[in-house]
Ligand binder design. Structure first.
Ligand code: ARG
Length: 459
């Protein structure tokens, strides 16, 4: 049995095995081993510079830590509950190798600032991975824009046909959402990227440490200013979980949309078969399971945020053992989002719009009604009057089962004496799309320039 380095001479009994099984975090925090070694080497280098370790002692500690890192990477270290977490496993392995020199590493450090530092290093890397996946997802949407440039789709509100838009207008809507996610990632990263090492347990230390040096070694942007705060702070964990929750929400909405679009009822898109599954009984089925799971897994990510919020609620300063529970939810959120993004990228790039099927039903649903109303406004008819009038025309067209463009001069005049066939200038989805004027609309030139802007931004 390995003695825990954290049980001092004050203890009069060995720890109960049930406590050890209950309190271990090694089963999940072993994922921090590289960050722990990196943090320890930076700490030891600082102790050496400050005269608390000799040059020789620093060198054997550094070499020992690198060997231990390799041993863990190779799966050769046996983990045990007695040593609780990755921090004590690594320290014990060092002491086993180096004896008293190893016993000096924890000078001017507590596991409280150590955990905080290791986790920040891990989260910082994970945020960078998510950012790059988000960029690839944006590029996948962008790659569709040229391909689908002239395809007109119905835009929906309340999932009822609303107005015609160009397909790239849809794709760039997602590029915008994921851009905001990337901005949130970058902003969150700033608060993650603060070094708490040297705060020790909660009050700082009487030993002559150099906190700037360790922060610089570990490429942190700032040094935390209050040791009590660091010891208790998990804002960076919760904020990351929130950023991931919003990404999960965006992915889930997109997944739902494309699930609908891939149905026989819509028949807008064909999903790549390598990301679909079949049915064990119904031979015709091609099911969008990847998208359904993306939608479903968003629940876990949002649930993890809730778990973390409740975890810290009501904790007094400073470190409390509750905080050990912060890792499984955040690891899970990152794992889930990364897995969803890895699959979303090829699905977005490789799905095919069902152009004929889309085009064949574009004249259903009176997508050009709003454009007609705006045309009438430009002839001097007040908006409310024009709105009512076009509603009447839609009613007439519905009754006759025709398009607005099929209404005769006589029928138009019936509705309002000033109307004539000139309204056809903006009727039909193509003309309706070309008639858009405003910045950010689906006007073809506007969409083209937005595509150019995104191409510049991302490539
Ligand atoms: N395993 C613990 C965690 O991850 C290490 C910190 C323990 N600190 C303490 N004062 N008991 O939070």
């Amino acid at each position: 049995m390995t003695a825990s380095p954290s049980r001092s001479g004050v203890f009069q009994a060995a720890s109960d095995e049930r406590l050890e099984a209950f309190g271990e975090s090694i089963s999940f925090d072993h994922r921090l081993f590289r960050q722990d070694v990196r943090g320890s080497i930076a700490h030891a280098r600082m102790l050496c510079q400050q005269g608390m370790l000799s040059e020789e002692e620093f060198q054997v500690i550094e070499a020992g830590l690198r060997e231990i890192e390799q041993e863990i990477a190779d799966g050769k270290m046996a983990f045990c509950n007695e040593l609780e977490d990755i921090h004590m496993h690594i320290e014990s392995a060092l002491i086993e190798r180096l004896g008293d020199v190893g016993r000096k590493l924890h000078t001017a450090r507590s596991r409280n600032d150590q955990v905080n530092t290791d986790f920040r290093l891990w989260v910082r890397e994970a945020l960078d991975r998510v950012d790059s996946l988000l960029e690839n997802l944006q590029l996948a949407f962008l790659s569709r824009c040229e391909r689908d440039m002239n395809v007109i789709l119905p835009a929906y509100t309340h999932l009822q046909r609303a107005q015609p838009v160009l397909a790239p207008h849809y794709w760039l809507a997602y590029a915008e959402k994921f851009q905001r996610d990337r901005e949130r990632v970058a902003d969150c990263r700033k608060r993650v990227n603060v070094c708490g090492l040297g705060s020790a347990a909660c009050a700082g230390t009487t030993l002559p440490i150099d906190r700037e040096m360790t922060a610089k070694e570990l490429e942190f942007e700032a040094v935390s200013a209050n040791s009590i705060d660091v010891s208790s702070d998990r804002d960076f964990v919760i904020e990351s979980a929130f950023v991931l929750s919003l990404i999960a929400g965006h992915l889930s909405g997109w997944a739902e949309e494309w699930i609908l679009w891939s149905t026989v009822e819509f028949n807008f898109i064909e999903l790549p078969h390598q990301f679909c599954t079949g049915s064990s009984i119904m031979p015709q089925k091609v099911n969008p399971d990847t998208l359904e799971l993306t939608r479903g897994k968003s629940a876990r990510v949002i649930g993890n945020l809730q778990t973390l919020m409740v975890l810290v609620k009501g904790l007094p300063l400073a470190y409390n053992r509750d905080l050990q529970e912060d890792k499984p939810p955040l690891f899970d959120s990152f794992d889930t989002i990364e897995a969803c993004l890895e699959l979303a990228i090829p699905i977005v790039a490789e799905s095919e719009l069902q152009r004929e099927s889309i085009a064949s039903r574009l004249e259903e649903g009176y997508l050009d009604a709003t454009t007609l109303m705006e045309y009438l406004i430009q002839t001097g008819i007040p908006q409310r009057t024009a709105h009512h009038l076009v509603g009447k025309l839609v009613g007439m067209a519905q009754q006759r089962r025709v398009r607005l463009a099929d209404l005769t001069e006589e029928q138009l005049k019936d509705a309002h004496q000033d109307l004539d066939l000139s309204v056809r200038e903006v009727l039909g989805v193509e003309k309706a799309v070309s008639a858009y004027q405003s910045y950010g609309s689906s006007n073809p030139e506007e969409v083209r320039s937005q595509v150019n802007r995104w191409n510049k931004r991302l490539q």
